[in-house]
Design a protein around this ligand. Structure first.
Ligand code: SAH
Ligand code: SF4
Ligand code: F3S
Length: 446
């Protein structure tokens, strides 16, 4: 433990995992700065090190365990070390045994307690653990310290009730708890007042929003209609959705609300209905395809994203081929492809992890190759098109960088101060995944 009682001057924080963790980091940074600590990006220099961790796959955990195991060995003045995030929930007090240099473990539902836990550690010089199973809506989101000045994450629901058999999230984030709509609207309004133009609504399953609080009478699409009323909020995105909960009302909202972007992360996970049943995804391939067809009919210019898991226990070559075929058919504009990783405590652990790693990797590569081809075709389709870009920043090479409504990266040259504005860009070429263009003529004249 800390060798002597002292005041903490600065902290270093590293984030692993998803956007939810990124937002939680921003909240913790805000809390610590409010307490008078300064953020440093030099871990050698820090009095306090926080690792905001992820448990989604084995590799994610091993990275952190290796990293923390290395720390503090060679230093006379030992920093305080804390583990937060999903590994804190998945491993709890066992972390103190595995990593004796860790001073506190703070779960995903206890971010509010960060200050108290730090005081406790400094005072008692003993390890401190807070890992509540359930989130209580007492978190001050407004304290969040964001680096980005144009786009912001806003949490609308925490936790997940879906219990896909492979997934740790229902255990590391607890049950679904929706955030009051007034709080969300107020935070979004404040962000817009501070110059933010795009908001991404976050939740493990945003489409469950409001179902746990029937008395609010505000489901996900209702919330979207409310947010669309905020003047100056140019773009709203959301992630992630569970296909079963994507409703016709949501599809119509995407069609009708000017702020809502025409991009939906619609993760299929696998193309075989038998595997989907084993994953407890509660839809068949046919039901999924029907929903995609309905969405494309209502919003013809929609782009789709997906997550895929290959090598789920017992997945045959034929079943893998079904995933391949479905990806080829749908032509996602974003696809994250993962090899199945057996997670302790999940229902899928009852089946043997029987697909050899080499086969899983081969399947991952086949899908990546397929997807690369699809991306290449999609890039060609952009040539000659004019797209609306929200300008996010100036890159080191001086070019301006932004994204289209459908989430494509775009760069273009301009010496004007355009960060935070919407611009029409004529696309003339591309470099890897990035589209390259010029300010559209019509706008230069305007
Ligand atoms: N709530 C999100 C998922 C969060 S996890 C959703 O349902 O879309 C992000 C992705 O990680 C999942 O969609 C899944 O594709 C992948 N994933 C989750 N658990 C995994 C595991 N045990 N092995 C491999 N990939 C996994
Ligand atoms: Fe995990 Fe499934 Fe919940 Fe997504 S919906 S977080 S994959 S349990
Ligand atoms: Fe990882 Fe937890 Fe997110 S397990 S993906 S950090 S919800």
């Amino acid at each position: 433990m800390t060798s002597n009682q002292r005041n903490l001057a600065n902290f270093f924080i590293r984030t692993y995992g998803c956007q939810m963790n990124e937002l939680d980091t921003e909240i913790m940074v805000g809390q610590l700065e409010k307490k008078g600590l300064k953020r440093t990006f030099d871990e050698e220099d820090a009095d306090l090190l926080i690792f905001n961790t992820c448990s989604i796959r084995d590799l994610a955990e091993r990275k952190v365990m290796g990293k923390i195991g290395q720390l503090g060995r060679s230093k006379a003045k030992r920093p305080i070390i804390g583990i937060t995030g999903c590994m804190a929930m998945a491993k709890k007090e066992t972390l103190f045994k595995k990593l004796p240099n860790v001073d506190f473990v703070l779960g995903t539902n206890n971010i509010t307690d960060l200050g108290t836990v730090l005081d406790e550690v400094l005072e008692t010089k003993r390890p401190s653990l807070r890992t509540d199973d359930q989130f209580e809506e007492n978190l001050d989101y407004l304290v969040a310290k964001r680096d980005d000045k144009v786009k912001a994450y806003v949490s609308i629901i925490r936790g997940c009730n879906k219990f896909c058999t492979y997934c740790v999230v229902p255990y590391t984030r607890g049950q679904e708890v929706s955030r009051p709509p007034e709080d969300i609207v107020q935070e979004c309004q404040k962000l817009v007042d501070n110059g933010y133009k795009e908001i991404t609504l976050l939740g493990q399953n945003v489409n469950s929003y409001g179902k746990d609080k029937k008395e609010w009478n505000c489901l996900f699409h209702d919330l979207l209609y409310r947010l669309d009323q905020i003047p100056g909020l140019e773009r709203v995105r959301f992630m992630t959705s569970h296909p079963i909960d994507i409703t016709k009302e949501l599809m119509e909202a995407i069609r009708d609300l000017p702020s809502l972007c025409e991009f939906v992360h619609f993760p299929i996970q696998a193309g075989s209905s038998r595997i989907l049943r084993k994953m407890h995804r509660i839809y068949t391939k046919e039901q999924y395809l029907e929903k995609v067809a309905m969405l494309k009919e209502i919003v013809p210019n929609v782009s789709l994203g997906t997550d895929i898991i290959v090598g789920f226990p017992t997945e045959t070559d034929e079943e893998f081929q079904m995933t391949y075929d479905v990806m080829k058919e749908i032509r996602y504009s974003v696809a994250f492809i993962f090899a199945y990783s057996a997670r302790k405590g999940t229902p899928a652990m009852r089946w043997k992890d029987d697909i050899p790693e080499s086969v899983k990797l081969e399947r991952v590569h086949k899908l990546m190759e397929l997807q690369e081809g699809i991306y290449a075709e999609q890039r060609q389709e952009f040539l000659g098109q004019t797209v609306e870009v929200l300008v996010e920043k100036r890159n080191k090479d001086g070019k301006l960088k932004g994204r289209t409504r459908c989430w494509k990266n775009v760069v273009f040259e301009s010496d004007k101060e355009l960060v935070g504005t919407l611009q029409n860009i004529d696309i003339h070429s591309f470099n890897h995944q990035t589209l390259i263009g010029n300010l559209s003529e019509s706008l230069i004249l305007a």
